[in-house]
Structure formats: structure tokens, C-alpha cells
Write a protein that binds this ligand. Structure first.
Ligand code: PRX
Length: 652
């Protein structure tokens, strides 16, 4: 098996970008704008703020500090993000333009909304939420399939000033319950069920299970009719969306929001057991996603743009909904999966919808590459102008296939590095300004000052490798972890004082291009989804026969990383197939199918130091089958444990 993470992509030759006179950013403009953005950040970001219609224009641009940690942008500005995404385009005479196109799991099941339609729908949803009692500042959990109403619910929250917390529809009732409780959300928007790859996902039943099993009392559950599946409705608590919407006024005003008022919470995995509720606020996020979308995708009016991410992830927030709509784009939303009904689904949709800009994840690219060129070549992709990648490192082989077969060797490929916490794209080549290097994300976006540091925090110069930090704040940066600012400070600003630490390792080459090498903490990236190894461990040790568990990632040729679990059973217990199945089911129940272990390795003991710390470095090496380079094992309490582990290694 080849590792999807290249050993040295910096050796890849640069590929010249196509020339396009209509581009928003030429190479010279990038140089000037980037220099200006670092020389005079306030001046630069004051100008970019003009992408937004403010009800009170901000005069204070950046008042952020990393020590002490206090991040504020445009703090005296006032705006409404929904107004900026929808109403203002209608007022400007663009109500007839297509805002969203949706295609369901079944090919050809299509619905489109113009900006006029979207305004009507958003007001209905906002009115429904208000009727049920939701007010400015309330948290609303959105647990939806990838349907238009998911995006509409997000915009409706922004309209009334409620804070949305979208929970990916693939998460289990347990995971959902934890996220509802953490932010004390009293309102839930869901659907009867979702469809993915021909299978029904029982969303409403999952909500019922989450609330009942955890004794959570919510004010209201708003249920969108989508599949027509049978559901149980609890009197007084559960409401059909269309019934409530039918009773509300046709208009619903936009709540004026302070720039630093919370916009959304999105849970993401960290190195400890409990997911963090990353909080983003309104003004800075709006400017950041509007600006990054404009330059990275070089969007031109009338084009059809498709980001395949689900709204349950930050990519869906910033680049399926907010970024495109702020730029008055036409954004395609897709409920299904890339291999249903067959492996040409993406390309079939690109052809039918005339997609001009396509943005997806390396895991999908690798899975489709494995099917060969024929499924792509059966379709007319001549409308494609730009293709992008996000979520995990893309190996040069997959990059080249994407460029050659999907992009016909003509389109720019952008490999965009960013995180839930960064709100939007931080490192990427710009499509017509920069040469591309397969496997490298490329150059910093405007206003971003990346620093590579060694373990002691020394800044490393020139072509080098280190831990990736960002020296100064940018508008789209997360402001805190909901309800736990100390955790925010500890996680991101304490390793290297005065800097934001990303948790990623990174190389910089002679051309100043950045290549992300992967996480340096106990977080793994499975199919572009972030997973805390501690979360999987916490699930495994819930089993009464399990004494201890240690989870690491290993290279997986489709998923990027797979989940490898070392499990120690209680004395006297023996592993068997039934236990393996039970443990996999337990992890699915606690987290969801995306966390299903690839390998369970039962072992009588784990390698520990004399002070009792598990040596994960060794566990990673064994899982990667890199047993010739285990490094120093002399501090182990019992070095013989390692030989037993190597002997019992699973073939990966
Ligand atoms: O390790 C990096 C990887 O994904 C992490 C962020 O995950 P998440 O917050 O879920 O956001 C994913 C979508 C933005 C990063 O710390 N990552 C993301 N994009 C890339 C990447 N690694 C390499 N190249 C990328 N383009």
C-alpha cells in the first residue's frame, strides 16, 4: 500500500497556472496586496469590510491580542449576516438569480431557489423559530440531512440572532446529546430522515433517542418533512415545519447584530475526550469568508459553484452557504455520496448542472481515482474552470490525477489548508496568480503570517520543517470555546506563547510554499474528518470487558488515515469475534459510523514509561508497520511489551 501522505512533495516541480485576463488577482496584485495586508492590516481589512453592508460601519478594525487572548474585529460595527447573504441581493435587483440548487440522493431529484425564493423561505423558517420562542442569543441545534432547509435554518438563525450549532447527520444520538447539552440548546431543527447512498438515516428517531436517553428537556423540535418516513411526534414539543410556517407572517425582520455577537458554534475534536464547541462571531467571519471565497475561487457572476461538503462541517458553513451567498453565487448542495448509484455521480452532476467550480476532499478524489478514468471521461466536464481540494493532505499522485483527468490538465487546482478554528482558507495558491506544486497547499492568504517553530518555540527561517503557528489574528478566527475560554487559551495559545498553534506539522520549501504534513497532536484525520483519538478510547473503555485502550492513526490509501485501536482486556477475559463486533458497534453508537475502528489489536499490555505514560510514538510506528525505527525504548517500564505488540500486529 502506498502512503497517501507523500514523503517529500517539496521535490515536485511547479506547474504554471493558466492565464486568465479576467482574474481577480494577478501575480503582481497578489504580491502588492499580501505585502499591504501585513504592513497595514487595519487599512487592508477596513477595505475588505466593504464587501459587507453594515447597518453601522465599523471604525475600530482589529483589537485582538494573543497574550492575553482576546480576539475582536470590527467591534463597533453592526450588521446582519442573513441580510448580507440574501436580502441585499434582492434589493439590488438580483432576486431572479439562482442562489441554491439542490440535488437529492436520487439522481435528477433537483430543486432550485432563486434569491427571491430564498428570502421567502428564510423568512418562513425565521418566523417559525420565533413563534416557537427562539430569540437572539439562543442556541439552536440543526441536525439535518444535506437539504435546502439545512442551509435555510442556518440563515434563519443568523437572521433572528440565534446561534446555530449544526451537528452532522452522521453523528449518533449519544454524540448529538452531548452537543445539545454542552451549549444548552433548547431548540432543534431536524428532518424526518435523510438519504445517503440509497440508505435512510433516521434523524428524527435519533433526536428522540438523544433527548430521551439523556433526559434532555428542550423547548421545541421543528421537523422538516423530507423522506416521508414514519416518525413519532411528541405532543407539545415536536412540530412539523410546514404547519408552523403556514401560521407565520410573510416577513421577518433582520436582527441588528454587533460584529462580535456569536454567529455559530461548531463542535470539533481535540486531543482530549470531549469535542470543543468552537465559537465564531458575526462581523469578522462575514468579511473573512466573503474575501477568501472571492479570491480563492475567483468566482464570476453566473457561474455554478459546487462544494461537496455537508453543512455539518465547517467547509459546508463557509463554502457551501455563507461564502458563496455573500458573493451572490449559485451554490449547489448535494445530499448523496460520490459512489451512488455509481462512481460517476460527481461527474454526472457536474455535466448536468454545468458546474464551473468544483471543491471536494482528497478522500473522495482517491476513491474515485481508483475507479480509473472512464467514469470521468463518460461526462462532458467542459464547463469546469477551477477545481479545489480541502480537509487533509492530498498526495501528489491524487493531485495529478485530479488535474489531468478531471481538470483536463487545463484548470487550476487549489489545495486549501484551513481549520474549523480558522473560519476560512488560510493557505492556498490563488488560481491564476501562482504556480501550483502538487501536494503543497502553497502560499498564505492575505493577512496571514505563518510561522514554523521548533519544539522550543524558536522561529525557523527559510526552507524548513516545524510546527505551524500563525503570528497574528485574522478576521475569521474563532473567538473562544463555548463556555470554556480557558480551554481555548490552553489548546491554541499556551504551547507557543503569543502565537496561535494550529496542531499541524508543516514544511516550507525554497519557493516559500507550505506543505502540511499532518497533525502533531492526538488528533487523526479520517476521510477529511477530524477525530480525537481520546474520543474513540473513551468509547472503547465503556465496554465492561475492556481495561484500557489506546488509539492511533495509520496511513490508509483511501481515507488518508485509518483508526487503529490497541485494547487491553480485564484479567481473565479473552478476545473473540463477538467482542470485536461489540466494540466496533459501541464506537458507532457513541460517536457515529465515521469513527468505526479499522483494526482492533488485543494486547495484554501497552508500552508505558515508568511513570505510567503510554508511549504513543511506539504505538503509531507499530500501526504504520515502521517497526525498524522505533527509536529509544529504554524508558519503557517493560520493553518486552513491544516485541509482543509487533508479533501481534494486524496486517494493514
Ligand atoms: O490537519 C489539517 C487538515 O485538517 C485539519 C482541520 O480539520 P477541520 O477543522 O475538520 O477542518 C477541515 C476543513 C477545513 C487541519 O488541522 N487539513 C485541512 N485542509 C488541509 C489539511 N491538511 C492538509 N492540506 C489541506 N488542504
Amino acid at each position: 500500500m502506498t502512503s497517501p501522505t507523500p514523503q517529500d512533495a517539496t521535490a515536485e516541480a511547479l506547474i504554471a497556472p493558466p492565464v486568465d485576463p479576467e482574474t481577480w488577482c494577478t501575480p503582481a496584485q497578489y504580491g502588492e496586496l499580501y505585502a499591504a495586508s501585513l504592513r497595514d492590516p487595519d487599512g487592508f481589512w477596513a477595505l475588505q469590510a466593504d464587501r459587507i453592508d453594515w447597518s453601522a460601519k465599523p471604525t475600530r478594525i482589529n483589537r485582538s491580542s494573543f497574550d492575553p487572548v482576546d480576539i475582536r474585529w470590527y467591534e463597533d460595527g453592526e450588521l446582519n449576516l442573513c441580510f448580507n447573504c440574501v436580502d441585499r441581493h434582492v434589493f439590488a435587483g438580483h432576486g431572479g438569480d439562482t442562489a441554491l440548487i439542490w440535488e437529492g440522493d436520487t439522481p435528477g431529484d433537483v430543486r432550485s431557489l432563486t434569491y427571491d425564493d430564498l428570502l421567502r423561505e428564510v423568512q418562513a423558517m425565521a418566523g417559525a423559530l420565533k413563534t416557537l420562542g427562539a430569540q437572539k442569543g439562543d442556541r439552536v441545534t440543526i441536525y439535518m440531512p444535506m437539504v435546502l432547509e439545512g442551509a435555510i435554518a442556518m440563515l434563519a438563525c443568523a437572521r433572528i440572532g440565534a446561534v446555530h450549532s449544526v451537528v452532522f447527520g452522521g453523528f449518533s444520538p449519544e454524540a448529538l446529546a452531548g452537543r445539545i447539552e454542552d451549549c444548552a440548546s433548547r431548540f432543534i431543527v431536524t428532518a424526518d430522515a435523510g438519504m445517503r447512498g440509497g440508505k435512510t438515516v433516521p434523524l428524527k428517531a435519533n433526536v428522540d433517542a438523544a433527548l430521551e436517553q439523556h433526559g434532555i428537556d428542550v423547548e421545541a423540535v421543528l421537523v422538516v418533512r423530507h423522506t416521508g418516513s414514519d416518525v413519532t411526534m411528541t405532543e407539545g414539543r415536536d412540530h412539523w415545519y410546514r404547519d408552523v410556517a403556514a401560521t407565520v407572517p410573510a416577513t421577518c425582520p433582520c436582527e441588528p447584530m454587533g460584529a462580535e455577537d456569536p454567529l455559530f458554534i461548531l463542535y470539533t475534536s481535540g486531543s482530549t475526550g470531549k469535542p470543543k464547541g468552537v465559537l465564531h462571531t458575526t462581523g469578522g467571519y462575514a468579511v473573512w469568508v466573503a474575501t477568501t471565497f472571492h479570491y480563492a475561487f475567483d468566482y464570476r457572476p453566473g457561474e455554478v459553484y459546487w462544494c461537496t461538503a455537508d453543512i455539518g462541517w465547517v467547509t459546508g458553513h463557509s463554502y457551501s452557504v455563507y461564502g458563496p451567498l455573500l458573493n451572490r453565487a449559485t451554490s449547489l448542495l448535494f445530499e448523496g455520496v460520490p459512489n451512488y448509484p455509481d462512481h460517476s455521480r460527481f461527474w454526472d452532476m457536474c455535466e448536468r448542472h454545468g458546474v464551473n467550480i468544483f471543491y471536494t476532499a482528497p478522500t473522495a478524489i482517491r476513491a474515485l481515482m481508483r475507479e480509473g478514468d472512464a467514469p470521468v471521461e463518460r461526462h462532458d466536464l467542459s464547463a469546469l474552470r477551477l477545481i479545489g481540494s480541502v480537509g487533509e493532505p492530498i498526495n501528489p499522485e491524487a493531485w495529478r490525477w485530479y488535474h489531468r483527468v478531471v481538470g483536463k490538465g487545463q484548470t487550476p487546482v487549489i489545495d486549501t489548508w484551513w481549520q474549523t478554528e480558522t473560519g476560512g482558507i488560510m493557505i492556498t495558491t490563488l488560481p491564476y496568480a501562482h504556480a501550483m506544486r502538487p501536494g503543497s497547499a502553497g502560499l498564505p492568504f492575505f493577512g496571514i503570517d505563518p510561522e514554523l517553530v521548533d519544539a522550543d518555540g524558536n522561529i525557523l527561517d527559510g526552507a524548513t520543517e516545524g510546527n505551524l503557528c500563525i503570528a497574528a489574528s485574522w478576521p475569521g478566527q474563532a473567538r473562544t470555546v463555548y463556555g470554556d475560554h480557558d480551554r481555548f487559551v490552553q489548546t491554541y495559545f499556551s504551547t507557543y506563547k503569543g502565537k496561535y498553534f494550529t496542531g499541524d506539522g508543516c514544511k516550507r520549501d525554497e519557493d516559500g510554499y507550505y506543505r502540511i504534513t499532518g497533525r502533531v497532536d492526538d488528533v487523526i484525520n479520517v476521510s477529511g474528518h477530524r477525530m480525537g483519538t481520546a474520543e474513540v478510547e473513551s468509547a472503547l473503555v465503556l465496554h465492561p470487558r475492556v481495561a484500557e485502550a489506546a488509539v492511533v492513526g495509520f496511513p490508509h490509501d483511501i481515507k488518508g488515515q485509518g483508526i487503529y485501536c490497541y485494547v487491553t482486556l480485564n484479567v481473565g477475559e479473552e478476545a473473540d469475534d463477538a467482542l470485536t463486533a461489540e466494540l466496533k458497534a459501541l464506537v458507532r453508537k457513541e460517536i457515529g459510523p465515521i469513527a468505526t475502528p479499522d483494526h482492533l489489536h488485543f494486547t495484554p499490555a501497552l508500552p508505558k514509561t515508568r511513570s505510567g505514560k503510554i508511549m504513543r510514538r511506539i504505538l503509531r510506528k507499530i500501526a504504520e508497520n515502521d517497526v525498524g525505527a522505533l527509536g529509544d525504548t529504554s524508558t519503557l517500564a517493560d520493553p518486552a511489551v513491544v516485541d509482543a505488540l509487533i508479533a501481534g500486529r494486524r496486517v494493514v
